[in-house]
Design a protein around this ligand. Structure first.
Ligand SMILES: CC(C)(COP(=O)(O)OP(=O)(O)OC[C@H]1O[C@@H](n2cnc3c(N)ncnc32)[C@H](O)[C@@H]1OP(=O)(O)O)[C@@H](O)C(=O)NCCC(=O)NCCS
Length: 163
């Protein structure tokens, strides 16, 4: 399979991003979003104010997306947070890693001093392994904060990368 091509998202990408997000919702074990959320709410989540939204294309089709934005306002705005999603059919081909590496490079370029993920579900092995591969550390595991469709209340890691 070809290398993913990354570019800034445009409003025309919204439907594809929503379709990927619906897959995550159906999974029930990776993101807090629920099926009750409307497409407009999901678009609002990804196209966030002050956010940087990037899509990855494989063979011309949108295969993944990340959103990076300041973790906090003002005195905490030098820390970035981010969300990532890869279409289920495109997983295991380097798209998530390409998105992760791109976001880290962008965070450095934009002058962020660190990246912090707030809710990496502890049973989400693919994500935990990916972020550890890219240098993130688990700082804490928040007990029972995520209501998993299959496993019930599970913990979630706070993961951190100093830039
Ligand atoms: C996590 C996710 C982004 C990974 O994307 P991907 O394109 O499948 O990942 P890649 O093919 O780039 O894999 C890169 C690395 O991730 C890890 N990884 C990916 N899938 C994995 C799996 N099923 N099991 C264990 N590790 C896995 C490995 O470290 C892998 O490196 P390796 O190939 O050298 O072992 C993708 O599974 C996804 O979108 N999941 C649902 C949403 C989500 O979890 N987002 C992140 C929330 S914090």
């Amino acid at each position: 399979m070809a290398e993913p091509e990354l570019r800034p998202a445009t409003p025309a990408d919204a439907a594809a991003i929503v379709a990927i997000t619906r897959e995550l919702i159906a999974d029930g074990g990776v993101y807090p979003h629920t099926a009750e959320m409307t497409d407009d709410e999901l678009v609002g989540y990804w196209f966030a104010p002050k956010g940087q939204l990037v899509v990855a294309l494989l063979d011309g089709r949108i295969a993944g997306v990340y959103l990076m934005k300041p973790q906090w306002m003002g005195r905490g705005s030098h820390v970035a947070t981010a969300s990532y999603a890869v279409a289920s059919a495109a997983r295991g081909h380097g798209v998530g890693e390409a998105l992760g590496r791109h976001s880290i490079a962008e965070a450095r370029r934009l002058g962020y001093r660190a990246m912090q993920f707030n809710l990496v579900v502890e049973t989400n092995t693919a994500a935990v392994k990916l972020w550890q591969k890219l240098g993130f550390r688990i700082l804490a595991t928040l007990p029972g904060v995520f209501r998993h469709d299959v496993h019930g209340h599970v913990g979630a890691h706070v993961m951190f990368l100093e830039l």
